[in-house]
Design a protein around this ligand. Structure first.
Ligand SMILES: [Mn+2]
Length: 317
């Protein structure tokens, strides 16, 4: 890791724009806030802009209000792109022209090294972990509010320390962040356990559709989009429900089916035997990873669901 390149590009520039991928998540927000703090502590002018607004569950982070979705004028000396494999994923045009220098800090495997300076480490659990290592390298005295931001980045990108990217070095970093004052239990509660009553009601209605098919190897849950408004919930309240569809023993493939009058969306999950990314890719606009993928059919639910069940049953043999 060539930290000296990052240190000199920071030293050589005065105004910075920080940005991250569309639908910003905990790793984006935490990484951005940590870098915002670091650059400001060096006397830099810093603007943070993302295509999408910060999800409300991350609003508790100190200085979260500085993460704006209003396009700034520019130009800037440097654009620092965090947690983003390529400039298209920023979701906004003109990244190449908004600054002279692009700094790319990321942990995605498919990062294309689009920056003038590229700090890409696919073994890191989160971009926040790379930033932690850098701040430690420059001996920055990480305050509690920044420890909160970095802990949130790592907590969310490891799925609450459940995913296979959780390892000893990740936990060692989190141990230090905890020592520095990160509010571990408070952050867990705010990120994972703060539903509205309407949101939980929505989840209970989705749970009530639980069904098994193909000799118990396929599990489904369903939700008409209209249910969100009907219950006064939000789209985010159904987030993560698809993960429950592969938790029953014997299930190979799970899916949460969300549908409107003309369109049916499938959030597919696999326990590993079947590559659901490949299945999703065959359907227009679909894609994803082997264990989690999504696709949409331009068909009403009544036609789309049996069609998808047929495709999956054939895949399972
Ligand atoms: Mn990430």
């Amino acid at each position: 890791m060539i930290w000296s390149e990052l240190t000199s590009v920071i030293a050589d520039n005065r105004s910075f724009l920080i940005s991250s991928h569309t639908s910003i998540d905990g790793d984006c927000a935490g990484s951005e806030l940590a870098m915002l703090w670091h650059l400001k502590s060096l006397g830099k002018n810093v603007t943070v802009y993302n295509h999408d607004a910060l999800p409300p569950k991350f609003a508790f982070l100190k200085n979260a209000g500085e993460l704006t979705d209003i396009r700034p004028q520019g130009p800037f000396d440097a654009l620092m792109v965090l947690d983003c494999s390529n400039t298209q994923r920023l979701g906004w045009e003109g990244a190449e022209n908004i600054a002279r220098t692009i700094i790319n800090i990321d942990h995605h495997r498919d990062n294309i090294n689009f920056g003038n300076v590229n700090i890409v480490r696919s073994t890191a659990s989160a971009t926040g972990q790379i930033i932690y290592d850098y701040l430690s390298h420059v001996k920055a005295d990480i305050p509690a509010e920044v420890a909160d931001a970095l802990y949130t980045a790592i907590l969310t990108d490891t799925g609450g320390f459940r995913f296979s990217n959780t390892n000893g070095s990740v936990l060692a970093v989190c141990s230090d962040l905890c020592e520095r004052g990160a509010d571990c239990s408070g952050i867990y509660e705010k990120v994972y356990a703060s539903f509205s009553p309407n949101g939980l009601m929505l989840q209970s209605r989705i749970w009530s559709t639980l069904a098994f098919h193909n000799n118990g190897t396929i599990c489904t849950m369903e939700m008409p989009y209209s249910l969100i408004d009907e219950l006064g919930a939000t789209g985010g309240d159904s987030e993560g429900m698809s993960d429950f569809t592969i938790m029953a023993t014997g299930v190979e493939i799970g899916m949460l089916i969300k549908y409107g009058p003309e369109q049916t969306h499938f959030s597919l999950r696999s326990n590993g035997r079947v590559d659901v990314g490949k299945i999703a890719k065959k359907i227009e606009g679909g894609g994803g990873h082997g264990s989690a993928a999504g696709c949409t059919m331009s068909l009403p639910f009544a036609q789309a669901k049996p069609l998808m069940l047929e495709i999956l049953s054939r895949e399972l043999g």
